[in-house]
Ligand binder design. Structure first.
Ligand code: HEC
Length: 154
């Protein structure tokens, strides 16, 4: 590849990464302004509040859905529509919040990955991973028939 082309490709890749960081930040802010912990729903048919989890997410989990995700999940209508959001809080055995992992459906974002935007946050909201995150996709791919979603489909 010509050097200028490589530089252009690198700049593009960096731009895309920055954009994903922005999307992740916007998503976090949206969750906070929505007050997801009080205003959203638990996964239909799954335990309310905190429940026992396991690797890789955490010993204790709590999972929230916005209205769009909840309505589709309640009817087991897959794939979920654009705008669906699922938030999973990952707690340590001592009850301390370790991370927040999120899936957001964005139309045409990643058709081969179910059009999910993946994000992982530290408890303070700083972005640890976002976008087409290989680790998330690789494992959630087991659940392609239920739109890459484990909860309620195990
Ligand atoms: C090794 C497998 C694995 C990896 C890697 C993984 N997950 Fe999960 N994920 C699961 C399992 C299993 C569940 C269901 C846990 C439960 O009982 O609530 C889950 C649940 C979720 C949920 C709730 C919706 C659902 O599918 O039940 C979200 C949101 C989520 N994961 C986000 C992520 C993100 C973001 C990443 C990457 C940073 C990630 N996950 C990486 C296995 C994985």
């Amino acid at each position: 590849m010509k050097r200028w082309l490589m530089a252009a490709a690198a700049a593009l890749a960096l731009g895309a990464m920055a954009q994903m960081g922005d999307t992740a930040k916007t998503l976090w802010q949206f969750m906070q302004t929505q007050g997801y912990q009080l205003g959203w729903h638990y996964i239909p048919g799954e335990p309310a509040g905190m429940y026992e989890g396991g690797a890789p997410h955490g010993a204790i989990l709590r999972t929230f859905t916005n209205d769009i995700a909840y309505d589709a999940l309640a009817q087991k209508s897959f794939p979920l529509p654009d705008g669906a959001i699922i938030v999973k809080e990952n707690y340590m055995p001592d009850g301390k919040l370790a991370a927040v992992t999120v899936m957001q459906k964005i139309k045409d974002f990643n058709p081969e990955g179910g059009d999910w935007f993946w994000a992982k946050y530290a408890p303070d909201g700083s972005v640890q991973a976002s976008g087409k995150v290989g680790g998330c996709i690789g494992c959630h791919a087991q659940k392609k028939t239920s739109d890459w979603i484990f909860s309620g489909n195990e």
